[in-house]
Design a protein around this ligand. Structure first.
Ligand SMILES: NC(=O)c1ccc[n+]([C@@H]2O[C@H](COP(=O)([O-])OP(=O)(O)OC[C@H]3O[C@@H](n4cnc5c(N)ncnc54)[C@H](OP(=O)(O)O)[C@@H]3O)[C@@H](O)[C@H]2O)c1
Length: 344
């Protein structure tokens, strides 16, 4: 069962028999096999084009309850970014953790620019000079003296620019300001470029049962990095709660940013062809009493020993349901094969 650097959380994790902890690559930092993603709880933000890049309105009191519920359920890994809520998500997370700060692994990201609290993305900054500035600002908002995992958020930064960024990140690790670093990118060649440095601990990338990224998983496995899985529920679609006639809320990127995701139509309703695919694999996802969301998480654990899904959440009930996946563990290799065959 879960042991390691987070020895102080053992009592909480003792009841979770099905899943082992996972390790953040070369840093050897140990985390619960499931993390929680804190994009949605940042609340509304508009992009450079003025369109929403958040999940719409949220209730901060409920978000605080949800983080607490996650900790109580054995989650020791939380992923946020400075841009989420233009600082709001980091502040909320810092506030929610309070005296539990030492019992959890905190991950954040930098690279997208904003005026704190103005809820608008003003651009991006991939320069080496900006890394320390962004890190200092995140430390202040999180209310901590170190960040366990700091990730570059600009997925398409050139490898040349990324080298200079990585050098600053390595210096921050050496100084103990951060425990580990990684890159949030969907590009396997960029992932490998950093993996080859030997000091990068994680690649965060889109990975779910509908959107497999075998080339990035292969890089993580080959170089011993953790594969941090964003959008593990396909932006909520895999929970099965979106059925014809239901739609995502207003002010939500799932409607506004049509080129980011193909699961919802221009009205925010679920796309029929994806509903058909979910229906085809639903029985396997819900095996052994799992909910569809728990099955989607179980698929990720079955996919590779390097994966750490970080589902987002808006309510304590969602965080609890997602954490409940830990008790079931991964789907089997045979179930993954069956799903692959069904999805073609
Ligand atoms: N570029 C990047 O680095 C990047 C990009 C994307 C995500 N991320 C990270 O990855 C995390 C996860 O990705 P994500 O939040 O985009 O997508 P996700 O985890 O696939 O979906 C999260 C959304 O699904 C719904 N949901 C979650 N659990 C549920 C449950 N049990 N029952 C019903 N609905 C549920 C919630 O929204 P509704 O209730 O509104 O449906 C929630 O906001 C983010 O929070 C963030 O930390 C990083």
């Amino acid at each position: 069962m879960q042991t390691g650097v987070l020895g102080c959380v053992k009592p909480v994790l003792r009841s979770l028999e099905a899943m082992d902890a996972r390790t953040l690559g070369v840093s050897k930092i140990e985390v619960s096999a499931l993390g929680l993603g804190c994009w949605a709880i940042g609340g509304p933000v508009s992009g450079e084009d003025g369109k929403p890049i958040g999940f719409g309105n949220v209730d901060d009191a409920e978000s605080l309850r949800a983080i607490r519920a996650g900790i109580d359920a054995g989650i020791t890994f939380f992923d946020t970014a400075d841009i989420y809520g233009t600082g709001a998500s980091e502040r909320l997370l810092g506030k929610a953790l309070g005296s539990d700060r030492g019992n959890v692994v905190l991950a954040t990201k930098f690279g997208f620019t904003f005026v704190d609290g103005e809820r608008r993305n003003t651009g991006s900054n991939g320069s080496a000079d900006y890394v320390r500035e962004a890190c200092e600002a995140s430390l202040g908002r999180l209310g901590t003296d170190h960040i366990d995992l700091l990730q570059l958020h600009i997925g398409d930064l050139s490898t040349g620019e990324s080298d200079a960024v990585a050098e600053v990140l390595e210096a921050l690790v050496d100084a103990g300001t951060i425990g580990a670093y990684g890159w949030s990118t969907d590009d396997p060649s960029r992932a490998e470029h950093w993996a080859k440095r030997g000091t990068c601990s994680v690649i965060q990338h889109t990975e779910n049962v509908f959107q497999d990224a075998p080339a990035i998983i292969a890089v993580c496995e080959r170089y011993g990095l953790a594969s941090i899985n964003r959008s593990p529920l396909a932006a909520g679609f895999l929970t099965g709660k979106y059925v014809p006639g239901t739609r995502v809320g207003a002010n939500d990127w799932r409607v506004a940013q049509r080129d980011w995701s193909e699961f919802f139509d221009a009205n925010g309703e679920p796309e029929p062809e994806w509903l058909a695919r979910l229906s085809a694999i639903r029985e396997i996802l819900t095996s052994d009493g799992r909910t569809p969301a728990q099955g989607a998480i179980a698929w990720l654990w079955g996919r590779s020993p390097t994966t750490v899904p970080i589902p987002g959440f808006k309510t304590a009930a969602q965080a609890e349901e997602n954490a409940g996946a830990l008790a079931h563990g991964p789907l089997t290799a045979a179930q993954l094969e069956e799903i692959a065959a069904l999805l073609g």
